[in-house]
Ligand binder design. Structure first.
Ligand code: PMP
Length: 406
């Protein structure tokens, strides 16, 4: 193993433990990543030294917490190369970001017979909020299909677009199959029809450097907990002029400028979209995770991950009873597979007994499972701390599972 990678692994205290007497092999990173010590320390520091509600206090602690919270917004802005920190809205996570957007865009900009395009690969979080909007506003949902490898059919996409298309909502990386979607082409084509584009970046943000200005996407959503940060914090990036035009999602403290019983006026961006006491600890944890990603170099981390993904693909392809599901030419960090004659749940249970954490089921992506004619898969998903030695453990455990089930 690379010395740099060992140094990286050492920063994750949870990985040192044994599960069922075996050293833990954590391959459920698409569900959530583990947290490095610097992120854990950021939370402890906040609660030990300056816990306080923000934006409204004149006292020292509140000022310190407010400054740290707003500095973290600048860190996020720089990380995704947004043009202003007003474009960074803190949310609970990707699901919350997409619900916010679907509600606010729907109320402000959509009318009957407009159309929204999603893809067959989407996570439920990037389907259901749009479906709900379609029902509310009598808008039509259209779906970009995939080929058998799990790649979007761009010709079909071009045929779905027309002057009624108002929103295109696409995942950057599929959590079920690992496909990296050609989002640049998708964005550029949508813009020819003046449609707005949301990229669901939940599975990309920890693996692929993102530059929202270069992409020219209108909105980009992601979750902290899939990028080494805490749960309960996420981001909705939106172009400033668009966020200014859409109405808030929730009402309450912090999102107002003035309230009377006759009329309430809203706060400026991004506070207009942040009703209630924010998740200060989460924001600080997210900032610590970004510093961690920058220090370790995201490109270097992606390199570790693709080496492990390629090695795992090669090794699993050698097992005759294993079938890899999703063989897109461009993939990131997710390896979905089936073992002939063994239910994914049973395989997952045996792997757990051997200390290996994988996910089984439809991965909140039922439509792509239906398209491929399967109920679910076993999914190994990698982070930068996973190694080829861990893949060898997975391979040995799969052989053992096959032996046990005959
Ligand atoms: N989109 C994708 C592609 C995901 O993988 C996930 C999480 N599995 C989500 C959205 C939802 O993220 P969260 O649960 O953090 O809101």
């Amino acid at each position: 193993m690379d010395k740099n990678q060992q140094q990286l692994i050492n920063q994750f205290p949870i990985l040192k433990q044994k599960i069922n007497k075996f050293p833990l092999v954590y391959l459920d990173n698409a569900a959530t990543t583990q947290k490095p010590q610097v992120v854990i320390d950021a939370l402890v520091d906040y609660y030990t030294n300056f816990n306080s509600n923000i934006h409204r206090g004149v006292h020292k602690l509140s000022q310190k917490a407010t400054e740290a919270h707003e500095q973290a917004r600048i860190t996020v802005k720089d990380f995704i190369k947004a043009s202003s920190s007003k474009e960074i809205v803190f949310t609970k996570g990707t699901t919350d970001s997409i619900n916010l957007l679907a509600f606010s865009l729907g109320e402000s900009m959509l009318k009957e017979n407009d159309e929204i395009i999603v893809t067959e690969l989407e996570h439920h979080s990037n389907i259901v909020p749009w479906q709900m909007l379609c029902e509310r506003k009598n808008v039509k949902l259209k779906v970009i299909p995939v080929n058998d490898e799990g790649e979007l059919l761009l010709d079909e996409y071009a045929n779905l677009l027309n002057e009624r298309t108002k929103i295109v909502a696409v995942g950057h990386v599929s959590n079920a199959l690992g496909t990296i979607n050609p989002i640049q082409e998708i964005i550029d084509l949508a813009h020819q029809y003046k449609a707005l584009v949301l990229i669901d970046g939940a599975q990309a943000i920890a693996h692929i450097p993102v530059n929202v200005q270069e992409l020219d996407c209108d909105f980009y959503a992601f979750s902290g907990h899939k990028m080494y940060a805490p749960m309960g914090i996420g981001v909705l990036y939106g172009k400033k002029h668009l966020l200014e035009q859409i109405q808030p999602y929730q009402g309450g403290g912090e999102m107002i400028e003035s309230v009377t019983f006759e009329k309430t006026t809203y706060n400026e961006l991004p506070f207009k979209f942040e009703a209630g006491t924010p998740n200060v600890e989460g924001v600080l944890g997210l900032e610590a995770a970004i510093h961690f990603l920058l220090k370790e170099d995201l490109n270097q981390l992606s390199k570790f991950e693709s080496e492990v993904l390629n090695y795992a693909t090669e090794q699993l392809n050698k097992i005759s009873r294993v079938k890899i599901i999703g063989n897109a030419a461009k993939k990131a960090s997710v390896l979905s597979f089936l073992i002939d004659g063994i239910h994914p749940y049973d395989a997952g249970t045996i792997l757990d007994q051997l200390g290996i954490a994988v996910r089984t089921g439809n991965h909140c992506a039922e439509p792509i499972m239906n398209r491929l004619g399967i109920r679910g898969t076993i999914r190994a998903s990698f982070a930068a701390y996973n190694t080829k030695e861990e893949v060898d453990r997975l391979v040995a455990a799969i052989h053992k599972t096959i032996d046990m089930f005959g």
